[in-house]
Design a protein around this ligand. Structure first.
Ligand code: ATP
Length: 322
């Protein structure tokens, strides 16, 4: 399970407004990828292009041999069955209880019997910890529960690819840690390829296998977590460490005068690279590599204190309160 997604030379604009140009990356099968970028750099547009809701101007998105950027409606319909999507607010129908919301794709897209549908819905609601809440309306539950219900719905058709847009928006740090743990556990269990769009720097440091950064109308970098967390590239370093010093300004890029004023400033040292978040049952993640392996193989010295168990304190604290 889980399929590779190969994006080549992808370019998208709306009228005269270029969103991003010449994006090339490969999301390895079954891995968790996170896409970052300042607001308005086109992360949601990227997700919509991946599922074929938006057509790029140029380039291709190859999934299982089909270029979904340029295929027929019929092929697109088939390929879309591989996807599960979790929108920011869970995108629940307000008048339907959670059971019916989660059952919706099964009733729409399959000919399964109601007893089979019930079995699947309860299985997925159990996976996301929502057993007992089946008959609640979306308006009666918290934002975190709505997101989990959205996730259960994204899972009912057994997706090979999960697209997740800002899962942490509106969630407190503990709920964010819980949902991160859920993604890691689910990924190990169903082996799907994940693309998560987020602004949460803590999640970015511990959850993904691959990280991408969109900036100033292009893909600034995409690669293994250790590569980006040890990078000295100014945009990557500034964004991943939430610093004000660097090329990213309040609205977009800083101008030459602002950059000149910063040129002699000392940058704070890179923080240690934490260990990757493990599954809660201890089963290794499919893509798991020994900590520090990428740095070692590529001759990169990680920041001092990297890969020590105490650098994932907040994630394990959240787990122990489960
Ligand atoms: N259907 C559309 N028609 C025209 N412009 C669009 C459309 N969809 C998105 N845009 C524009 O594309 C740009 C990127 O939007 P997008 O929502 O992808 O950014 P984002 O990186 O996800 O931002 P944020 O982090 O704030 O959610 C914005 O300027 C937006 O106005």
């Amino acid at each position: 399970m889980g399929v590779e997604i190969k994006i080549e030379h992808l370019t998208k604009s709306f009228g005269k407004q270029l969103i991003w140009n010449d994006v090339t990356l490969t999301m390895p099968a079954g891995e968790i990828c996170v896409m970052l970028g300042p607001s308005g750099t086109g992360k949601s547009v990227m997700l919509k292009t991946l599922i074929g809701l938006l057509k790029p101007d140029r380039g291709s998105v190859i999934i299982e041999g089909t270029d979904i950027a340029n295929c027929s409606e019929k092929d697109l319909y088939e390929i879309r069955k591989l996807f599960g999507v979790l929108f920011q607010d869970g995108a629940m129908f307000g008048s339907m209880n959670l059971f019916d919301n989660v059952a919706f794709p099964l009733r729409e897209h399959t000919k399964k019997s109601e007893s089979e549908i019930k079995r699947i819905v309860l299985e997925k609601m159990d996976l996301v910890g929502l057993i007992g809440a089946e008959y609640k309306l979306p308006g009666e539950i918290s934002g975190g529960m709505r997101k989990r219900a959205g996730l259960a719905r994204a899972l009912v058709l057994d997706p090979e690819i999960l697209l997740i847009d800002e899962p942490d928006s509106g969630l407190d740090p503990v709920r964010t840690s819980f949902i991160n743990q859920l993604f890691v556990d689910l990924n190990a269990q169903i082996n799907a390829t994940f693309m998560i769009v987020t602004h949460d720097i803590h999640s970015v440091r511990v959850v993904p296998d691959q990280i991408g950064l969109l900036y100033h109308k292009h893909l600034a970098m995409f690669g293994p977590r250790e590569m980006l967390l040890s990078s000295d590239e100014p945009v990557v370093r500034q964004f991943l460490n939430a610093q004000t010093v660097g090329p990213i300004g309040m609205s977009e890029e800083k101008d030459a005068t602002e950059l000149e004023a910063e040129k002699d400033m000392d940058l704070p040292p890179l923080p240690p690279i934490p260990l990757q978040l493990e599954t809660s049952n201890g089963i290794p993640r499919k893509s798991q590599r020994p900590p520090g392996e990428w740095c070692r193989l590529n001759g990169v010295t990680p920041p001092p204190g990297s890969f020590r168990a105490d650098s994932i304190l907040s994630a394990s604290a959240a787990k122990s309160s489960d």
